[in-house]
Design a protein around this ligand. Structure first.
Ligand SMILES: [Zn+2]
Length: 256
């Protein structure tokens, strides 16, 4: 009986170790890149305090105009820049004034707007950036078009992304979004979002294998939406499920 017990125990130990190895392997393959757009805005303060408490990397793609116009905009920018795990990126100066059609007809004007934002944000090349409303990638080793744009729109709003990149920008799109309604309120519950993320890692194809860039917006994390609680809960649940959190600066190799 004792020998049987020893054999059984040994088998249990072996399978536990195997499971641990499998979990380790999959964690390395399952990396989430947290990205927050449009700050500084109400909500940015909560984002920064959760990131610092949970000690995870993230990219904040900021809007130059908001730095100048939002109360404490400059303080929030300075705080974000002081955090070693946070990358402050460029999300344009004007956010296209939310009139993309006009904005994206003129590459030179887009480049000028992006360079203006560099000045306000105090960024020097290479600058990690995301264009307003454009899910495109232009990195030394990754290039991808915005697949949500139809042909008519493409012809009307043709932008020379290469020229933007050559002005000193690494352009990042996204793989998945925590959606919000017009007033900024998050649409999916945290549990719903986590199950969508699980599903996508099982079946989805990301721009880079095993790496999901998650798009969120600072305004979703205002107190009125329990922003701090929701973001903290999301990060803790993803940690519990073995996901790793990636730094956008090491998202893709810089050299082909
Ligand atoms: Zn935006």
């Amino acid at each position: 009986m004792k020998r049987l017990w020893n054999a059984l125990f040994g088998w249990m130990l072996a399978s536990a170790m195997l499971a641990a190895c499998a979990a380790g392997a999959s964690a390395a393959d399952r990396t989430i890149f947290l990205t927050f757009d449009d700050g500084p805005l109400p909500g940015t303060k909560n984002v920064l305090s959760v990131l610092s408490e949970e000690n995870v990397p993230a990219a904040l793609f900021m809007v130059g105009l908001h730095v100048e116009t939002i109360p404490n905009g400059r303080d929030l920018l300075a705080e974000a820049k002081s955090m070693p795990l946070v990358t402050v990126g460029n999300h344009s100066y004007s956010h296209a004034n939310n009139r993309y059609r006009r904005f994206y007809g003129n590459t030179q004007a887009v480049v000028a707007d992006m360079l203006h934002a560099n000045q306000v944000l105090g960024l020097t090349p290479i600058v990690h950036a995301r264009l307003p409303g454009r899910d495109v990638f232009r990195l030394p080793t990754v290039s991808r078009e915005d697949l949500s744009i139809n042909v008519a729109q493409w012809e009307r709003e043709w932008l020379d992304y290469e020229l933007v990149a050559e002005a000193g920008f690494y352009l990042y799109g996204w793989d998945f979004e925590w959606v919000h309604s017009d007033d900024g309120k998050p649409v999916q519950s945290v549990d719903r979002l986590v199950s969508e993320i699980d599903h996508l890692f099982q079946y989805g194809r990301f721009t880079q294998r095993g790496k999901m860039i998650l798009l969120m917006h600072d305004e979703m994390f205002q107190d009125q939406f329990d922003g701090q609680g929701k973001l903290q809960s999301l990060i803790q649940k993803l940690k519990q499920r073995g996901y790793a959190f990636g730094d956008i600066r090491s998202y893709a190799p810089s050299n082909p």
